[in-house]
Design a protein around this ligand. Structure first.
Ligand code: PGA
Ligand code: ZN
Length: 437
């Protein structure tokens, strides 16, 4: 038995940032080294995602995870015991086979992703390496450009506004740390602006200010003003990124915007977003159309794919085969990477490799339900994704991820390079001087 042999796998119930039960898995090795990780949970989920196993019934609104925990302790633990934790692919494949369903419904996506991430931690511990370094091996890595929410909306704010995330990116910053410095100022000024205009009503699920706006455009205007008041040039220093999360707005080519009291067909939706692209320095849009609207995605990318990053979240669900299909269809130019959407670390890597092969940008992302777990910070650097999206600049389940990246940047020392402009894949992405004149 080598030191990296798995001797024990144990699951326990913890609580996430929405006060809902979640699964933590701890893996112990023959050497005594160990690793643990906690499953996150989405709210605006794509239909192609791995599904969490929840108990149903009355307690905790049916969200309890005792069955998922039992599955880890009774089935996954004996299956993985005796295996070498350094063989992540073998561990992940064993769990996929043990579950036996395409959507991970029997043992639960929550049980499997927590175990897969815990194995990554234990493997890094076995090698005496930080997790990002264990993942990267000898490959070159960059510090990712953060995409940070200023106003929350959509399913994360009781649909107070239609658009889910009003975010900023700082492509012109000199380092990850500087990008956070700039974001902190914009976030602070946005809070002051909300207070001055009597609209400060706390924060949404991912820590962005509660969107007390009368229209989606009003939120965009407030974002522009916050960037300017913080002393930055919109479009040059700081740019805007939106997650429309359009699968939440409609299906079958019809989109219902509650705030603007309108119902739009695919073409109208594309035209509306196009007007926003003309009026504001928006350089990234996620899920501009619903997950079933392939033709809409293709048309949107045909029109705007050279001037804007177009990200698939619900549309691609971190699935390598879907990424390859989207590349063939020319349906977008960037991929959101959420480990719990696909289920394991091995499948997460496969989706990222498919993105790179297609020339797509990649954004490692948290979920709206999170914890203090920082595995994705290490993935964003170790896999050299180029971009990282975690929610806003408040609430400790968000800040834990940003803070972990600061530690990694410090550890990289003079070798640290910031992905910045270079992380954007569309052909019109410009250099350090920015694009808007
Ligand atoms: P979710 O949202 O975690 O609630 O699915 C995040 C996103 O849409 O990017
Ligand atoms: Zn999304």
């Amino acid at each position: 038995m080598s030191d990296s042999t798995i001797s024990a796998v144990h699951a326990r119930r913890l609580w996430d940032s929405r006060g809902r039960p979640t699964v933590e898995v701890e893996i112990t090795l023959a050497s005594g080294a160990s690793g643990r990780a906690i499953a996150p949970a989405g709210a605006s989920t794509g239909s192609g995602e791995a599904v969490d196993l929840r108990d149903g019934g009355i307690s905790f609104g049916g969200m309890d995870v005792t069955r998922a925990i039992h599955g880890v302790n009774a089935e996954i633990a004996p299956c993985l015991a005796g295996m070498d934790v350094l063989d992540q692919v073998a561990l992940d494949e064993a769990m996929i086979a043990l579950d036996g369903t395409p959507e991970r419904g029997r043992l639960g996506g929550n049980a499997i992703v927590a175990t897969s991430m815990a194995a990554l931690h234990a493997a890094a511990a076995a090698r005496g390496l930080p997790i990002w370094k264990h993942i990267a091996g000898d490959a070159r890595v960059r510090m990712p450009m953060p995409e940070i929410q200023i106003f929350g909306g959509g399913a994360h704010a009781a649909r107070r506004v239609d658009i889910q995330d009003f975010m900023i990116m700082c492509p012109a910053a000199g380092s990850f740390a500087e990008a956070l410095d700039w974001t902190a100022e914009v976030y602070r000024h946005a809070g002051r602006l909300m207070q001055e205009t009597d609209r400060l009503q706390g924060v949404a699920d991912e820590g962005g200010y509660w969107p007390a706006f009368r229209s989606n455009e009003e939120a965009l205007d407030a974002l522009m003003l916050s960037i300017e008041r913080a002393g930055f040039r919109p479009g040059k220093d700081v740019v805007i990124s939106l997650d429309v999360a359009a699968s939440e707005l409609g299906r079958d080519g019809i989109y219902r915007l509650a705030l603007d009291d309108s119902s739009l067909e695919t073409d109208d939706m594309i035209d509306m977003l196009g007007r926003w692209l003309d009026a504001y320095p928006i350089l990234s849009i996620e899920d501009p159309l619903a997950e079933d609207d392939t033709e809409g995605f293709r048309e949107f990318t045909r029109r705007y794919g050279t001037r804007c990053q177009i990200i698939g979240d619900d549309y691609l669900v971190t699935n390598a085969a879907r990424v390859r299909q989207a590349a063939e269809d020319r349906a977008l130019n960037a991929v959101l990477i959420k480990p719990n959407q696909t289920g394991t670390i091995t499948e997460t890597r496969a989706a990222l490799d498919a993105a790179k092969a297609a020339g797509f940008a990649a954004i490692v992302s948290a979920r709206s339900g999170e914890t203090e777990d920082t595995t994705i910070s290490h993935l964003s650097v170790g896999l050299d994704a180029g971009q990282f999206k975690v929610g806003s600049f408040s609430r400790s389940e968000r800040m834990a991820k940003w803070n972990e990246c600061l530690r990694i940047e410090e550890a990289l020392g003079p070798d640290a390079t910031y992905a910045g402009w270079g992380s954007l894949s569309f052909s019109g992405a410009s250099g350090p001087d920015g694009r808007a004149e």
